[in-house]
Design a binder for this molecule. Structure first.
Ligand code: 3PG
Ligand code: MG
Length: 396
């Protein structure tokens, strides 16, 4: 079942209750500032479209961080309200709580168009999918719009239960629809060759994604710390690189399952004597016993680049090295540049690789940069998410 486009939904004069994923990173120290506004920026077209369609009011729900059902000023949505107001050039009223009586009053005032409810995870019911909370939230709108793709893998009151009260009146936002359409295209008849690049820290974190990719792709390029357990499983020395026994045994299983020889591993490295220390080029696959691998080397970049240049579909998740440190960023940045230069259908998903693409300044050259971390990987594994299912079929 296809999700309806928000463009085709009649919203004139309607009160909308809308879920967004404004879970943005904030600076650790006061004043708390948003360090990456991408997730809010990606939701702006949905808000603008609703306004153009003549809605009476938009009441916005989001979480921020994991305050565990308790009020914690550190996780207030105040910086988000300020940023939204600046970006939209309109007043955004932040409610004191998502369910206080003040909200009802705000909803009666015709002059307030945009209300942002304070962090929904300040309430203990949210993560328990409490139906009383969902019921209460549902009274704020005639129509429910869910644009929170990044939280669609959560079965919470504002992402899941609330759908129960909007049968035939629940719709995806523009971002939600683009996410599902783009990630869905990877799963349904992707143009071949399909090449995936998987990096990041641990095999155990991404085992299900890797298993799924082995079914979908022609070639699977592995980089980042994730590569070392695979190399070790093949009897190659990895020195002092990050490499747990559990990951080595998972890598061994994956290599055995890879009958088609799809998995490609780094052929050379950039190492160091210590984490984040001076970089040392390591031209061979074996890493000396006193060194740890922290990036892929130039021979690997070239080899991976040759695979990527022939691809018609590319999925990328996870950095190729310690890219936050410029001495170990070349592998990740080169992969970003190579993918950006192809004519393929290219999708990047998952927190760190998205940050790397933003850092490379080439985000707009990708077909789709996912706003989801866990959500994008879970969608790829399962082909569905609870929040999306509920939007399509309701909650029963
Ligand atoms: C995310 O950042 O992954 C989403 O906003 C969901 O947050 P959560 O992982 O805390 O549920
Ligand atoms: Mg998460």
């Amino acid at each position: 079942m296809q999700l309806k486009s928000l463009h085709d939904v009649e919203l004139k004069g309607k009160k909308v209750i809308a879920r967004f994923d404004f879970n943005v990173p904030l600076s650790k120290t006061e004043p708390r500032e948003i360090t990456d506004t991408s997730r809010i920026d990606m939701a702006i077209p949905t808000i603008r479209l609703m306004l153009e369609k003549g809605v009476a009011k938009i009441t916005m729900i989001s979480h921020l961080g994991r305050p565990d059902g308790k009020v914690d000023p550190k996780y207030s949505l105040e910086p988000v309200a300020e940023y939204l107001a600046k970006k939209l050039g309109m007043d955004v009223i932040l409610s004191e709580s998502a369910i206080d009586n003040g909200v009802k009053n705000l909803l009666q005032l015709p002059e307030t168009k945009l209300v942002l409810l304070e962090n929904i995870r300040f309430l203990p019911g949210e993560e328990k999918n409490d139906m009383d909370l969902a019921d209460k939230l549902a009274t704020y709108g005639d129509v429910y719009i869910n644009d929170a793709f990044g939280a669609a893998h959560r079965k919470h009151s504002s992402t899941f239960g609330i759908n129960n009260y909007f049968k035939g009146r629940a719709y995806p936002g523009l971002l939600m629809k683009k996410e599902i359409d783009s990630l869905g295209a990877l799963l349904e008849k992707p143009a071949k060759p399909f090449v995936a690049v998987i990096g990041g820290a641990k095999v155990s974190d991404k085992i299900k994604t890797i298993e799924k990719m082995l079914v979908l792709v022609d070639t699977l390029l592995i980089g980042g710390a994730m590569a070392y357990p695979f190399l070790k499983a093949k009897g190659i020395t990895v020195g002092t690189s990050l490499c747990s026994d559990e990951d080595v045994s998972l890598a061994k299983q994956l290599l055995q399952a890879d009958k088609g020889g799809k998995i490609q591993l780094p052929k050379d490295h950039i190492t160091s004597l210590e984490f984040g220390g001076a970089p040392i080029p390591c031209a061979g696959q074996n890493i000396p016993s006193d060194q740890m691998g922290l990036d892929i080397g130039p021979i690997t970049i070239k080899a991976y680049g040759d695979h990527l240049k022939t691809a018609k579909t590319i999925f990328w998740n996870g950095p190729m090295g310690l890219f936050e440190n410029k001495n170990f960023a070349k592998g990740t940045m080169s992969i970003a540049e190579i993918i950006a230069g192809t004519n393929s259908f290219s999708v990047v998903g998952g927190g760190d690789s998205v940050a790397a693409v933003q850092q490379s300044g080439m985000a707009e050259k990708f077909s789709h940069v996912s706003s989801g971390g866990g959500a994008s990987l879970e969608f790829i594994e399962k082909g569905e998410l609870p929040g999306v299912q509920a939007l399509k079929f309701g909650v029963y």
